[in-house]
Design a protein around this ligand. Structure first.
Ligand code: S3P
Length: 166
């Protein structure tokens, strides 16, 4: 594998789980930008958002992405907002193939509704927030080189196979 595979898409799309499966099959490292940021900060993502703010988190995200993409080819799972930043898209274009896990709203909501780990959904109306984020972000996610639809009932293995076929 010459280029890294960079998974992008909404929270709940399966970027971390599918990334781990892809890396296992390809025999390359799996790097998760959220996990790398949390490890470096010795704090959870909600703690970093609460303590340092989203701008701080986004700056760390760009640093981590740049660092992992300068390393040997890997499968990289990004946080849902990473692909929204033009400088991050430039980093990915230089070192990897971007893959959007395109997952419908209902399935995203089903997966994230009971998970307290997404600071952006800590609002009065988390479903409304998720809906708005997906609407705002979908046109930008669609700029990814490869688009893989993820539907209800698709297993991690099935989605990973689709990515490899593409
Ligand atoms: C975010 C998604 C999260 C995490 C942070 C912000 C976003 O990652 O990076 O909470 O902006 O959509 P996941 O997509 O892995 O949940």
């Amino acid at each position: 594998m010459k280029r890294s595979i960079v998974l992008v898409g909404m929270m709940g799309a399966g970027k971390s789980a599918v990334g781990a499966e892809l890396a296992r099959r390809l025999g390359v490292p799996h790097l998760d930008t959220d996990a790398e940021i949390a490890r470096a900060a010795a704090a959870t993502i909600p703690e970093i958002f609460a303590r340092d703010g989203e701008d701080f988190f986004r700056a760390r995200e760009t640093e981590v992405l740049g660092r992992v993409l300068r390393g040997p080819p890997a499968v990289v799972s990004t946080g849902g907002g990473a692909w929204m930043r033009p400088e991050n898209r430039v980093l990915v274009a230089g070192a990897g193939v971007s893959v959007w896990l395109d997952c419908p709203l209902a399935l995203l909501w089903h997966r994230v509704r009971h998970k307290p780990t997404r600071p952006l959904l800590q609002t009065q109306d988390p479903l409304g927030t998720l809906t708005r984020l997906l609407e705002e972000r979908a046109p930008t996610y669609a700029l990814a080189e490869v688009i893989i639809p993820v539907r209800e009932g698709d297993s991690i293995e099935t989605t990973a196979s689709r990515v490899l076929e593409a």
